[in-house]
Design a protein around this ligand. Sequence first.
Ligand code: BGC
Length: 560
Amino acid sequence: MPGGGVVITGTTDTSRIEAPVTVKAYFICAFAAFGGIFFGYDTGWMGGVLAMPYFIRQYTGLQYPDPNDKAAVTAFHLPASDQSLTTSILSCGTFFGALIAGDLADMIGRRTTIITGCGIFTVGCILEVASTGLGVMVAGRLIAGVGVGFISAIVILYMSEIAPRKVRGAVVAGYQFCITIGILLANCVVYATQKRDDTGSYRIPIAVQFLWAIILAIGLFLLPESPRYFVKKGKLEKAAKALSEVRGQAIDSDYIQDELAEIIANHEYEMQVIPQTSWIGGWTNCFRGSIFKGVSNSRRTTVGILMQMMQQLTGINFIFYFGTVFFTSLGTISNPFLITLITTLVNVCSTPISFWTVERFGRRKILIVGATGMVIMQFIVGIIGVTAGRESKNNHAAVSAMVAFICFNISFFAATWGPCAWVVIGEIFPLPIRSRGVGISTSSNWFWNCIIAVITPYLVGTGPGDANLGAKVFFLWGSLCCLSLAFAYFFVPETKGLSLEQVDKMMEETTARHSAKWVPHSTFAQEMGLTNKGVSISAPTEEIKAAVIQHEMRNDTEKL
Ligand code: BGC
């Protein structure tokens, strides 16, 4: 349609603001979810590699210990500070990567940002594979981390923007599913190479990641850009084309017209409320308004940050990062690696439950149920741990019960807070601040992820100055889950089944606690005058503004 022969008009029908879901839409989203593999795999391989004998010998210069020499076996490990550095440097990279990507995604587009992330990640991987000393490895981790930060934030943004509203939650939960598969794959590859007495022991698990980067970059190269990004940029012709591609409908069909008109009208509305100024202004916009007003940007950004913080404070990564050490400390378990593998499998198998529950019961309900479940499970683990499960009691049955309740706890997380934290941050921001909002929230995830990774060894450590909490640490996670429960109840709005534009309206008109009852009653296209005055998609901003101004003048005259 060169020359912009298509003139779009909006609809007043709130059920028609989105085209029907096609199989193609599912495929596009399913492919984007693949980005979760990076996240999971990259967090999953490090712990195993740090414990590999060949890796330890190469990096410390220590010789393999005699298995009968207990002191030498105990001393054969990387210094704690090096372990902490190599583990946490990734989170440092991802923290900044997610923030930068939030900015870039508005400048160069969602797709291009993800592809750039794959490129940065590949550079980091090359350094990691090439490294034979700590310096290059740390530099590689930092750079790869920036790439993972790009991907982890913008895949969520991209998926939320292109997914059909009725399945958006399930589709984004697919991203979490890929995270869990990534963690499992990393564990399996590390398990397979850990005994090798050559550089393949750590290079193979690292090099496997090139595959993820190549697949994601090529795939996204072929996928369409987010139509909402084009609307933000005022490129309506491209927006119409991208929308028709993701929905599988003709560009001049009523479906595409109605949906595009709604996105445009919402964006115009938001631009009036949140004027775009400078680059700094763009960032400060994320914190504009009173935090006590449910609809303000500062409130939405705070909810995004807290959502990810609370997800990390459920303590899930205590199990995934320190599970092996913890299970060993219980005394009666002969193969702690196997138990770790089982917990990872429980995580993978429980996540698909959320595909259904997130759309059937909604975000709020499953977050509340998930937090309640985790509180109960973690307190049970703590109680058994300080009574029948104490190491001195050598009670095999009690320890098995603890492992079982830890697995139930993982199931609750995997079916609720795991996916839902990502679903919610993709939905609560209005278009003008969406990519930065998602970037900031994702950074919060990595920040707290890093804090947990750094402090947990001290919480359960038995050395001088360590808290030596043992199983009591589950009382801490259980108590923090009580906070997550309260947070979900008071602050998380119900976004199930709404378009991103309707979410915006809902947050304006009701509170989180009453949001589940809110039903759409008008369209932005109607409010902004795009239903009676068409807009040519080849002459974007001026025509829309003219239509909006005319409509407002008419409204003002009617009021007089
Ligand atoms: C969390 C990660 C966690 C993973 C476990 C993700 O949603 O953000 O920190 O390791 O779930 O499946």
